[in-house]
Design a protein around this ligand. Structure first.
Ligand SMILES: C[S@@+](CC[C@H](N)C(=O)[O-])C[C@H]1O[C@@H](n2cnc3c(N)ncnc32)[C@H](O)[C@@H]1O
Length: 443
């Protein structure tokens, strides 16, 4: 029986036998790093008996990883993603290139597509300012720079896979927005001597008209797929207090926005050109009929703020409105593959957790909220006439202290955590299911 939302103790190669092929939509994991921390549990790997990560040479370690990921590949959805957080080890003063050896064999031998090499940076040095921020482990080395990042390899099985870039897009800086406003009002033109850009063309924000950014409904709790589904549902169900709230929210948020838009003299089209948010998405913020009204997300509000001269988000978008009106996000630019996420402290004695924020970042992009039971395809790829949905499923086959499970549960996904160490399974269970598990950022 393929149990979910649990922590299973055992060798992942054995535990995963009980799970059908293509069962999980996302795998996020981090194996022990070669010749680093010992976890204290041995097993047999192709005739060698010992602890994963403690092999004599890196090649043998990678052999064993390949054995494990061959098994993991079977249970990964055809349209899913596998993220492997892995770092290198110094020996005789040289990096042993363990991550690179591993990635090459995953592609050559297991047939994975290496879709991304994300750098998880724990410290960033701003050279011009001679300033650094972040918190990697300090190094006593005086003849090299402190190593402050790890690879997060993004593997997929198929060229067509689920990926939601909008979920992690950046916001334009207020400065960029100011410039966009000047541009759109014809107060500024593209000047190659003045404006920084790469390549021969003007930078993309000078072509805002061509920019169509898909919008996204942040809240998935609605059982209706349409934008205003939740509002319609509340109205249909006839809950009087919620109806009153909807009217209040629409008046205070959408009424206000409509007034500010009018004051600004901008049309929706102009506003769309300035912000890069699709006109049809924007229109929902300025509608005062409950069926079509939506509240901008905080990020979108911040973007609109200098353009329309808005007040503070919290002053207008009250907490009580959020459950009754849909919150709509207007995404911006691709954040790039170097992500700064500080490490997080864990009160337990496991010293190698990856941060909850890293897992959240990956799940936001890669884990579908809904997968069709009939075709096992995520929403967006499923073409069934009458799809039947299940929740997205997350696996961490070497789950350690349970970080992946903590975040998956908090985000409303189904999950399976596996670890060979009984001790870490206990820590994991405590973090995932223990008191306060759904609240904090760390453990
Ligand atoms: C780097 S740690 C994972 C840390 C984890 N990402 C976290 O946030 O705590 C690697 C884990 O792999 C586990 N492990 C090693 N060999 C294993 C195997 N064959 N099957 C399952 N787990 C294994 C170890 O016990 C260890 O907890």
């Amino acid at each position: 029986m393929e149990e979910l939302n649990t922590v299973k103790q055992g060798d992942c190669r054995e535990i995963l036998i009980d799970y059908p092929a293509e069962f999980f939509d996302v795998v996020i994991t981090s194996p022990p790093y070669w010749k680093k921390r010992e976890y204290g549990v041995k097993a047999e790997y192709s005739g060698w008996y010992g602890e994963l990560g403690q092999e004599d040479d890196p090649k043998k370690f990678v052999d064993h990883l390949i054995d494990i990921f061959r098994i993991v590949k079977r249970v990964l959805n055809r349209h899913g993603s596998l993220f492997v957080v892995i770092d290198d080890t110094y020996q005789d003063k040289s990096f042993q290139l363990v991550p690179e050896r591993f990635a090459i064999r995953m592609v050559d031998e297991l047939g994975f597509i290496l879709r991304g090499k994300i750098i998880w940076s724990k410290r960033v040095f701003k050279y011009k300012e001679r300033d650094a921020f972040g918190n990697p482990l300090p190094t006593p080395a005086k003849d090299r720079l402190n190593h402050a990042w790890e690879y997060v390899y993004h593997f997929v099985k198929d060229k067509k896979y689920y990926f939601d870039l909008d979920a992690v897009k950046t916001q334009y800086s207020p400065k960029t927005v100011e410039r966009l406003v000047r541009y759109i009002r014809n107060e500024e033109k593209f000047d190659p001597n003045k404006h920084k850009y790469s390549g021969d063309e003007a930078p993309p924000h000078f072509f805002m008209k061509e920019r169509i950014i898909r919008s996204k409904f942040l809240d998935s709790k609605s059982t209706y797929g349409s934008l205003a589904g939740r509002v319609v549902k509340i109205l249909a169900e006839g809950k009087e207090n919620e109806k009153i709230l909807i009217r209040k929210a629409v008046k205070n948020v959408n009424g206000y926005l409509k007034m500010k838009l009018k004051e600004s003299g901008l049309t929706l089209r102009k506003l769309s050109e300035i912000t890069g948010i699709r006109e049809s998405t924007l229109s929902h913020y300025f509608r005062t009929d409950p069926n079509g009204a939506a509240i901008p997300s905080r990020g979108t509000w911040e973007l609109l703020k200098p353009i329309l001269g808005l007040g503070e988000y919290d002053e207008f978008v009250k907490e009580e409105y959020k459950p009754v009106l849909p919150i709509l996000e207007g995404g911006r630019s691709n954040p790039g593959d170097c992500v700064y996420i500080p490490t997080e402290n864990l009160s337990e004695k496991h010293f190698a957790p990856f941060p909850t924020n890293l897992v959240e970042f990956l799940l936001k992009m890669a884990c579908p909220k809904r997968v069709c039971i009939r075709c096992n395809r995520p929403e967006g790829i499923c073409r069934c006439l009458y799809p039947k949905w299940r929740r997205g499923r997350v696996l961490d086959p070497m789950g350690g202290s349970g970080t992946t499970g903590v975040v998956a549960r908090r985000m409303g996904f189904d999950f399976l955590m596996v670890d060979i160490s009984p001790e870490y399974c206990e820590i994991s269970r405590k973090r995932i299911f223990g008191e306060g598990a759904m609240l904090g950022g760390n453990s």
